[in-house]
Design a protein around this ligand. Structure first.
Ligand code: T46
Length: 132
């Protein structure tokens, strides 16, 4: 399974906590794009795709959501619910996002600019891509 959880370094004192993310240090790729999701709803799922080459780190800045990750053989579930933990997902992984808490906010750091041609949005095409 081409994913891992990354513990972000937390700087905390009596005022609260702060996480700093540095390119190529805390994140294993050069960050080309940042996007985020908000106004999420518990009954709406997202994802249902894989990426050809894209690498990403996803952080639940607020709230929680359940990721389903699938490499064509194994399927695992990850609960993302901490602002100091990043979920790294490499290429060749089908992902789905379910059970968003109300107003969950996800921030995503990505290794490439947005390119719809980089997506595999059909599960059978995803399985076929693994055999190439
Ligand atoms: C992923 C998961 C975790 C853009 O125009 N630029 C962008 O950078 C992105 C990410 C999306 N969009 C447009 C494309 C669609 O019209 O925003 C709309 C929603 O995108 P999508 O349906 O792909 O969103 P999710 O939540 O299903 O998937 C997103 C990312 O697209 C994907 O790379 O891994 O979050």
């Amino acid at each position: 399974m081409n994913y891992k959880l990354i513990d972000m370094p937390v700087h905390g004192d009596k005022r609260g906590k702060l996480v700093a993310i540095e390119n190529l240090k805390d994140i294993p790729f050069e960050i080309k794009r940042v996007y985020y999701m908000f106004d999420t709803l518990p009954n709406e799922s997202r994802g249902y795709h894989a990426h050809k080459d894209l690498e990403q780190v996803i952080i639940a800045m607020d709230g929680a959501c359940r990721f389903v990750l699938d490499d064509g053989v194994n399927r695992e579930t990850i609960l993302l619910n901490r602002p100091d933990v990043g979920l790294y997902i490499g290429p060749g992984m089908w992902r789905e996002m379910h059970d968003f808490s109300y107003g969950c906010k996800l921030v995503v750091l990505a290794s490439k600019y947005y390119d719809e041609k980089e997506y595999i949005r059909n599960y059978d095409d995803f399985l076929a891509s693994l055999k190439k």
